[in-house]
Design a protein around this ligand. Structure first.
Ligand code: SAM
Length: 298
């Protein structure tokens, strides 16, 4: 086992260097730790997702270290180059455009490879939109599940959401402004329009806002204020409250399976099963989506 002590100075004596994974602001440039600034001033190089973007942050703090690009299209080849530099004794930092690297940002391939090679990887914590949003949303945070971005296509998105329909932990999603409304509509379809949610917008920035209510209310709000569907969003949905004596959905599965084999549309299967078992179509709909093979559309 290898142990490394937490410090604000780079490990000068080691024959092999260290990679510092440094969290940077998600909007407000002041949200960066003193330890992060101290390390960014000392490392031999900084690997950044978008070097032009990161220059703004570095210039703001008069940091002048060489920048190396590391993004999803070159991460594999860059990883070997950076590994070799660290093995030669150089110290480096990894940053992303915003927040914590690897959280929906590049870095996983690099960090995994360095760990395999026994190179020290040291986290320098700081902002991440998921934690920032949860900390002020007023939804349960004792247990939550971070789902990142949902699929772009509605059929895939509905299938992904269907798998989460019974999840009792708070659900956290990242979403882009041009898909926000479609995604909220699909969530309302699967989770029910009464489920509570909080949409956190432009965290730590000038137009920071939290919009909360049930899906019907939040969708009505954005319909009335379409100019506010701009910027960056975190969507947090309260977990499912499962009735203690809710009937087991598995008793529908055989019939759903037979109808899926007939390649009937999800909507029609839901209607048939709902009619047969005298239950709500919406409840069956998410079960059908969950059982449907991923390769098939809705
Ligand atoms: N690494 C980042 C982190 O630690 O949160 C996430 C990067 S991911 C590519 C970008 C997404 O994070 C945005 O589309 C948005 O969903 C969310 N996000 C980032 N900054 C945000 C902010 N200031 N306010 C709201 N959401 C934000």
């Amino acid at each position: 086992m290898t142990l490394f002590s937490a410090s604000t100075s780079v490990r000068a004596s080691a024959s092999c260097g260290t990679l510092y994974v440094v969290a940077t602001p998600i909007g407000n440039l002041q949200d960066i730790s003193q330890r992060a600034l101290a390390l960014l001033a000392q490392v031999d190089w900084i690997a950044a997702e978008d070097t032009r973007h990161s220059k703004i942050l570095l210039q703001n703090y008069a940091l002048q270290r060489p920048l190396i690009s590391l993004h999803e299209h070159n991460e594999t080849e860059r990883t070997e180059q950076l590994l070799n530099r660290l093995l030669r004794g150089e110290n480096g930092a990894l940053i992303s455009d915003a927040g914590t690297p690897l959280i929906n940002d590049p870095g996983y391939v690099l960090v995994k490879r360095l760990r395999q090679a026994g190179v020290a990887v040291v986290p320098i914590p700081g902002p991440s939109a998921v934690i920032t949003a949860l900390s002020a949303a007023g939804l349960p945070t004792d247990r939550f599940t971070y789902e990142g971005f949902l699929p772009a296509r509605s059929s895939k998105r509905l299938q992904a959401l269907a798998k989460l329909a019974d999840e009792s932990r708070t659900l956290v999603f990242y979403e882009s402004p041009h898909r926000l409304i479609e995604s909220l509509q699909d969530m309302a379809e699967i989770f029910g329009s009464q489920r509570q949610l909080v949409v956190a917008k432009e965290l730590t920035k000038q137009f920071e806002q939290f919009v909360s209510g049930d899906f019907a209310e939040v969708l009505a709000y954005f319909a009335a204020h379409s100019d506010r569907v701009r910027g960056e969003f975190v969507v947090m949905v309260s977990g499912a409250v499962l009735a203690e004596e809710a009937p087991s959905v598995s008793e529908w599965d055989d019939l759903i399976g037979v109808l899926l084999q007939q390649r009937l549309p999800v909507k029609q299967i839901s209607e048939i099963v709902a009619e047969f078992y005298q239950v709500k179509r919406k409840a069956v709909y998410s079960r059908v989506l969950a059982l449907k093979p991923e390769s098939e559309g809705v």
